[in-house]
Design a protein around this ligand. Sequence first.
Ligand code: ADP
Ligand code: F6P
Length: 321
Amino acid sequence: MKRIAVMTSGGDAPGMNAAIRAVVRTALHYEIEVYGIRQAYAGLLNGDMNLMTSREVSGILQKGGTILQTARNEEFKTQQGQRKALRRLNENSIEAVIVIGGDGSLRGGMALERIGIPVVGIPASIDNDIYGTSMSIGVDTALNTILDALDRLRDTATSHNRAFLIEVMGRNCGYLSLMSGILGGAEVVITPEKVISMEDVATQMGDAYVRGKTHAIAVIAEGAPYKTNDLLEFLNNRNLGFEIRLTILGHIQRGGNPTAFDRLLSTRMGVNAVERLLEGEHNIMVGLNGRDIVPIPLEDATSKERVISEDYYRMEHILSR
Ligand code: ADP
Ligand code: F6P
């Protein structure tokens, strides 16, 4: 193999830059050229790609976002788009692609495999919804950002005897909400996976008041079965004792410098992805299993569901009282 390419795709995640750096430097170590494809599949279709040097990935290890930028693109989902992509890769003599992104991006990787391009995927998404890896790149940083916000919000909540609804990201996955609820000491956690009625949320928050708590924090996942604003209205119509405020954390959760955990994960996955490709492995994603980085078939990574351990729900129930 003489030349490979790397792209970042889907929602950006802190640690993507560290992964790009690891891919580029590992490939160059083995005397393989690396093209950086800008703006994911959109850039691939436009032929927006360049040879990367070791210097170009200097000073990016600690930076959030992605120097290659990212995009979402519908044309690549079509056969015509994929044929165009193959032409672009052939024009540039690219023999394999490393895709850094979420499950949608990895599905794009499978489309590349179907047209004959070897692919190794690296899971990166703050949602932690990808099967086959206990952690995806960006999750730890996002979780720390949420915890920082939650700690601050509790300070002001306690000072005013208020309840707060805090909406966090995660698409249809409750990982960020559940973990930030446990680690931030929330009174209530509302995830997409486990339905808890608005009535029960009101009861739990009202109970917190009766028990003498000076605040009540409810963390609600953006993918919860009801809208955060509807819950706010519902709670405002109950007499909980607390005055209620709402904070939607939004894209703040996606930015920022990656934590040590994310830098290490990105670096290990980047090195591992290139080494596996050079050993002839492809149509896989590299995943974290225990302490090891292991190969997971792309088919499994994109079709199976990552389930959150029941233990965490149990812990949350015990500790929030
Ligand atoms: P994420 O990777 O964060 O899950 P998306 O689901 O938005 O993000 O997917 C990112 C991009 O991957 C899409 O915009 C599209 O270009 C590509 N993609 C997603 N699903 C497919 C698919 N089934 N076939 C081909 N490409 C896909
Ligand atoms: O997948 C990452 C994520 O941040 C989700 O948590 C969220 O639902 C979505 O992307 C937001 O996407 P956009 O950046 O297009 O608003």
